[in-house]
Design a binder for this molecule. Sequence first.
Ligand SMILES: *[C@@H]1O[C@H](CO)[C@@H](O)[C@H](O)[C@H]1NC(C)=O
Length: 304
Amino acid sequence: MHFLSSVVTVLSSMALLASSYPTSFDIRDIPTTQLDDFKFWVQYAAATYCPNNYVAPDGYKPNCPVGNCPDVESADTTIKLSFSDDTITDTAGFVAVDNTNKAIIVAFRGSYSVRNWITDVTFPHIDPGLCEGCQAELGFWTAWEVIRDQIQDQLKELTSQHHDYKIVVVGHSLGAAIASLAAADLRTKGYDAILYAYAAPRVANPALAQFITQQGNNYRFTHLDDPVPKLPLLSMDYVHISPEYYITAPDNATITDADVTVLEGEVNFNGNTGTGLPDVLAFHSHVWYFIHADACKGPGLPFR
Ligand SMILES: *[C@@H]1O[C@H](CO)[C@@H](O)[C@H](O)[C@H]1NC(C)=O
């Protein structure tokens, strides 16, 4: 009897441990229908790297000359607003309406200065005014703030014309960081934004990350040992938005549903975070997110 009760005690404390620290038992695969969504929305993130799309006139049909956004090209989509000329924050991207998929898309380009960003050591916080005790990364929040009014004006008009369209906010790399904060902010203003963040760095302190996690509708992807999602470091008081969709397929391989696992928690060592300290030599893992996400990136604008 004593033996039995101590077994029960051990078992229940193991259950407690398992619920506070995600273990391999929590790892789940994704349904194939979701995989199709993941492979689709990254194409909008990829399209932001093509200059023709981020300097597009109203009504422009987005396209990727390098061939990595075929499903965007075949959709009935037009760009309504593009932005790129901000010299302080390097914010670029577009707002588009996709009638085929009934969506209004807000897409942010990854910065051309991502390698410089990796070697940054400061990553200061700023209070974004979204919740009590919440702190966002200063550079990403500022990048969103400079364009926020223009995007909100556009969304106001587009949502009034298309009541039944979903709002999708996407980005890859530093563009995913801006997208994460943009989605969080837009939700507080009544827009039910769905976030697809590919290869995003950490953008928030624990209070803000939990706030965004609880808002829901977050799809945040990492790939193997990509160094970018490992920054800023946990020791700098930055954590991630949960859950993490962790992609384990090798570079350039077709990604199947078995290659994507869903990991809960703002800190989870079963995914990208557990693959060691950020290594710039692993930068190749940063570009393969279902497709070669930044293939449209030119030889490089100078860091301004
Ligand atoms: C993956 O594709 C990129 C771009 O075509 C190429 O530079 C890289 O070497 C490829 N990596 C592997 C492991 O094949």
